[in-house]
Design a protein around this ligand. Structure first.
Ligand SMILES: [Zn+2]
Length: 477
């Protein structure tokens, strides 16, 4: 499943079998089915709680943005223009000005912030929006890259650079914490190179995650926008010295591509493996054997379901008339974290069988201790998935490749061995030409300049001159 084509095939089958999404007649626009949407709701809840704890509030801005707004920030329009869908008529009449379906909301929010910010007393302004956005992609992959997707975009305005930069880093740290502790995905935080920067940003920071095929996913970004958008939209305020001056703004976002990342990091040949904290089904209760002849079994499972629900655990009872084997398979595909089996003999012995989705072994647990064991097992599984993902990433993050020839050799050798090339930590002189050459020859792009690289590099992987930065290079989604 590590081979590129095989992995994509596996991924597409997995998300369909798990009933997370479905395709629609609109190319690149998917439907989130309830289990897919619920994973998003759990991610959303974790993020939203942290945004609010750090003083942010939610607001909602329109989906349609006048074309003239995009013209105000030159780099921004250059970056987004190729992917914008447009509304050109309404109620049978052509519109005077065409309207874009938002790819992101800096322009609309800039327009409004100019009205709302007048004095230093109005700052900082800390807003977040949960919304859908559009980027008309040529090549799409459900959850990872779609023409319409769900996300959150935070937009803040500050008195000065120091505060705005502090905000930018604070939000990146929140992303890292949620992705590691809730999604069980280890990430490297770092700075994007100029070519990978957000269109219109002064600095872009990202967290980068490794999928099981060795490719990288940018799991979240946070941008320091300087005064670029403030100048474009005339967001000025009266400062403490009674002078009119521009605010410093930030924006930061994570999207439903996190769902795709979770699947690509934790999934296995049987289907979905989900960290318990975001699994729509944390526990599935399955009666086994001739349970129809023993009504006490389903009655016991119903009682157990109540007890687990009372503890805040998401639990489902599958007492349909399909075979136990069929149900085991189905709930494995759907990524139920724990399975509890109860048959006539187990009931006689007042015990049940507990199996975690990510382990082969089952354990026998006394019915009286079951609720406690379930709580412990969910916590253990959450931790195991993070540890396993970290070991996998570290084993596939190479730090001893220091020239383009070595990188090419490494890629060829991986191909021959049927393994993944993974990531490569290498030096970079800072020239866009070197970055481009590496990309053209290997399809490896710069992911980020990690804040804490495992080792520091001294020479550029491409020109072999002195390195200015130590950078993660990888193929990316
Ligand atoms: Zn170079």
């Amino acid at each position: 499943m590590y081979q590129e084509n095989e992995f994509t095939k596996w991924y597409l089958k997995t998300i369909q079998d798990a009933e997370l999404m479905d395709y629609t007649p609109v190319r690149g626009c998917i439907t989130f089915r309830p289990d897919g949407y619920e994973i998003w709701e759990h991610i959303q809840a974790a993020m939203d709680q942290r945004f609010k704890e750090t003083g942010h509030r939610n607001a909602y801005f329109p989906m349609l943005i006048p074309e003239s707004f995009f013209q105000k920030e030159k780099e921004h329009i250059e970056g987004f223009a190729p992917e914008l869908p447009w509304v050109t008529e309404a109620a049978g009449e052509p519109l005077e000005e065409r309207l874009a379906l938002r790819p992101t909301s800096e322009t609309m929010i800039g327009h409004l912030y100019a009205k709302w910010v007048n004095s230093y007393r109005d700052l900082p302004l800390l807003l977040n929006q949960w919304a859908n956005v559009f980027r008309w992609e040529k090549k799409t992959l459900p959850f990872i890259r779609t023409s319409e997707f769900l996300w959150q975009e935070g937009h803040t305005a500050h008195e000065n650079e120091e505060e705005a930069r502090h905000e930018t880093m604070q939000m990146l740290a929140i992303y890292k914490e949620v992705v590691e502790n809730i999604l069980a995905i280890p990430v490297y935080g770092g700075t994007k190179t100029e070519s990978e920067r957000f269109a219109g940003a002064v600095d872009t920071f990202s967290i980068e995650a490794m999928m099981r095929d060795g490719k990288a996913v940018q799991a979240g970004t946070s941008h320091y926008l300087g005064t670029k958008f403030a100048e474009a939209f005339d967001i000025k305020y009266l400062n403490r010295n009674n002078e009119h001056t521009h605010v410093h703004t930030t924006s930061w976002g994570t999207s439903t591509r996190l769902i795709g990342s979770v699947i690509m990091v934790h999934g296995d040949d049987k289907g979905l493996v989900l960290p318990p904290k975001i699994a729509p089904t944390q526990v599935v209760l399955i009666p086994v054997g001739p349970f129809k002849k023993h009504p006490e079994i389903v009655a016991k499972l119903e009682q157990l379901q109540k007890d687990l629900k009372a503890k805040g655990i998401r639990v489902r009872l599958d007492d349909t008339d399909q075979t136990a084997g069929f149900k085991f398979n189905k709930w494995e595909q759907k990524g139920a974290a724990l399975r509890i089996e109860l048959g006539p003999r187990d009931y006689e012995n007042q015990q049940a069988i507990v199996k975690a989705r990510d382990e082969d072994d089952k354990q026998t647990v006394n019915l009286e201790q079951l609720v406690t064991v379930v709580e412990e097992e969910l916590a253990h599984m959450q931790q195991r998935l993070l540890t396993k993902a970290r070991q996998f990433r570290d084993a596939n993050a190479h730090v001893t490749i220091d020239s383009l020839a070595q990188l090419q050799q490494h890629i060829e050798a991986s191909k021959a061995a049927g393994t993944i090339p993974g990531w490569v930590l290498a030096g970079w002189c800072g020239s866009a030409d070197c970055e481009k050459k590496v990309k053209e020859e290997t399809k490896f792009t710069t992911r980020n300049i990690p804040f804490q690289p495992p080792v520091q590099k001294s020479t550029c992987i491409c020109c072999e001159q002195e390195a200015q930065h130590t950078v993660w290079f990888a193929r990316a989604y």
